[in-house]
Design a binder for this molecule. Structure first.
Ligand code: NAP
Length: 249
């Protein structure tokens, strides 16, 4: 494989599992030194680091709770101290929680934590990273098909976090464009082995609404992220790249 990211430093939030881990592996294969965060899966994070090292590339894991906005500046300082700079930020870490707005049994504390993690926490990391991102830098925010179309009941809060962070990323593209830093969104689709799937009935409805009629693999979404991180995407900014099997087609 060619290594278009040689000499670049990447930070992938939530790299211990799922799409984040696939992205860490791919960016490292393409030559980047990759830092990533996790919040609780220390063993899985170490396994990802070991796997990257076994292939002769560099990775480091930092425990950092994205739901706590105050931790973002220290995280970015740690990345810069470890690898000497920052070129690529992948805002991947997120959680999902569901519940219809009128259901008295909805766990609103879980919804509040989701808003903190998926929206405010991402903003805090972007703000801190924007201080140090080098010219030619990339910000890639992982959203969801539900960021542009809700499609199922019970997803108002999750969709709002994703829609909000998409718009924020567009603003970032405007703010950082003059420094030759791009900011784009990847709308991921339902993935095998990712965050907890919705109930079987909702899952069936979602899959049958897709053009491709199947769930995606994390590697398929990571490829879209790697494209936006690559030199080939130098004139792409403020864009939304759909990698969700045709949810909107
Ligand atoms: N899975 C899907 O079907 C799907 C569909 C559309 C969009 N997406 C989006 O794709 C992205 C990745 O999803 P996924 O399914 O790969 O997720 P996942 O398998 O549940 O993994 C989530 C990752 O985020 C980390 N994380 C969670 N809360 C965190 C926090 N407070 N601070 C720091 N890290 C935290 C986790 O760390 P720990 O391991 O330590 O918990 C883990 O590394 C998300 O943005 C999600 O919204 C997913």
């Amino acid at each position: 494989m060619s290594k278009p990211l040689t000499g670049k430093v990447a930070l992938v939030t939530g790299g211990s599992r799922g799409l984040g881990a696939a992205t860490v592996r791919l960016l490292a294969e393409q030559g980047a030194d990759v830092a990533f965060t996790y919040v609780s899966s220390e063993k899985q994070a170490q396994a990802v680091v070991d796997e990257v090292h076994s292939k002769g590339a560099k990775a480091v894991a930092f425990k950092s709770d994205q739901a706590d906005m105050s931790g973002a500046p220290a995280l970015i300082d740690d990345v810069v101290a470890h690898f000497g700079g920052l070129d690529i930020l992948v805002n991947n870490a997120a959680i999902s929680a569901a519940g219809t707005v009128d259901d008295p049994d909805t766990d609103t504390a879980a919804l509040d934590r989701m808003h903190a993690t998926n929206y405010l926490g991402v903003i805090a990391v972007i703000r801190a990273a924007s201080r140090v991102l080098r010219a030619g830098g990339r910000i890639i925010t992982v959203s969801s098909g539900l960021g542009s179309r809700v499609g199922v009941p019970g997803a108002a809060d999750y969709s709002a976090t994703k829609s909000g962070i998409e718009r924020y990323t567009m603003g970032v593209a405007r703010d950082l464009g003059p420094r030759n830093i791009t900011a784009n969104v990847v709308e991921a689709g339902l993935m095998e082995g990712g965050m907890e799937a919705p109930d079987p009935e909702t899952l069936k409805a979602l899959v049958s609404s897709l053009s491709l009629q199947r769930m995606g693999h994390p590697e398929e979404i990571a490829a879209a992220i790697a494209f936006l991180a690559s030199p080939a995407a130098s004139y792409v900014t403020g864009a939304v790249l759909d990698a969700h099997g045709g949810y909107n087609a």
